[in-house]
Write a protein that binds this ligand. Sequence first.
Ligand code: GLN
Length: 495
Amino acid sequence: MPDHDSILAITNAIRDGEQSAVEVMSDCLGRIKSSDQTLGCFRETYEERALGLARMIDDRLAKGDDPGPLSGIPIAVKDNMVTDFGRSSAGSRMLEDYHSPFTATAIEKLELAGAIVVGKTHCDEFAMGSSTENCSLGTTKNPWDTRCVPGGSSGGSAAAVASQLVPAALGSDTGGSIRQPASFCGIVGLKPSYGRISRSGLIAFGSSLDQIGPMTKRVEDAALLLQTMAGKDRRDSTCADVHVPNCLEKLDEPLKDLKLGVPKDVINEHNDDLVNTIIQEAIDVYRDLGAEIVEIDLPLAKYAVAIYYVISAAEASGNLARYDGIRYGHRADLKPGEDLFDLYAKSRSEGFGDEVKRRIMLGTFVLSSGYYDAYYKRALQARRLIKQEFDQVFETCHAILGPTAPTPAFPMDEMQDPLSMYLCDVYTTLANIGGHCGISIPAGFAQREGRRLPVGLQLQGKGFDEARLLRIARMFEMATSHHDQSPELITTNKS
Ligand code: GLN
């Protein structure tokens, strides 16, 4: 029996005939059935389709065919990516029964390589949030402590991988939504460089920031998924036509003269003490591995959250204009005498949740005449300066090391004030603003009040330098054992 958690182990077992794809898929669906009532990772599953595809993989293998490097791997997909089967709802009532006529390119590429989508996972509505509590269609719990949030917005995907319901999942990251839940759930989460993976079929939030990326237990699995999904796509003109390296093959090549940049205020009083300790230990691990630690300065980094919330809200207000109850989305019932304007207003009032409405209002405000120059234009200017700052820093080091989030997972319902929730993104939004890549990997555990909660380490790399970033992440993974730990499997006894 292969591990439940490594893609390579599972697909090799299927290819070598140790286990059939149908057996792997049935096990996976069984685990979801027994645990997901408690965890709430999945919005829906596609049992019949998944087993049918698994059978096809087995038939092809029996005939001597090669169904691809991901043969028979069950994959969960965040609910904001569309598929031409099942529903794609972005965690919103607005799209509660939306059936897409096409499938996202990233998902299509994974399935062409032999992977099988098992289901969609809960996320904050339209990917706006950091706890998955803004989801209108369900609530996900952190498998390490079900009183806590899994992070967000890709919380369902992170919790599903952490609890070994699936070996891998897709998330999307506009300001940290892959890396922060990966940190909270103790898994690997990679935000690729902007343009690395097609956004076709990703329900848009902030189009200049959004990227799809892998969430896995191991760095090598993230490498394999990344290289499978990456590459130019004629359905997304912002998807870059740049060489896709074989990240997996290069993963263990030694890195000579590795220089890691550490921001001079990386350990600070805004972080949880335990996060500070774990980051200091991570720096020591790299130093012991022979890396040179260079102190860096990113004076504009303190503006990241402000810039991010102006730009992402502005883009969201435009992207969400299509949900008017006519072209897309929930349509309200009208009373006699109500007109088209009432239809728009009622449909949008009923379909969107509070956080989405807040962003639409903020976005519309910063784009309105009189405020455009003061907020939106300034945010764009500041964004360019931040990008320049990163370009300069990446000339002095190969990657930047720091925390993924200032705290471990927090209790559900604790974060009532939206602004406090926005501050969870202080370290992650930078990579989206700059367009470069970032990864969160398990770096230790915080013990508090009898709770044992994972803490992630964030590494940021130059744009399109994922192959090296993954190697640097892998060094840490090989030197530590945090990734080997999993929460106890939660099962619901239904007999
Ligand atoms: N937490 C951030 C927000 O609420 C990031 C979301 C994301 O990356 N999708 O906007």
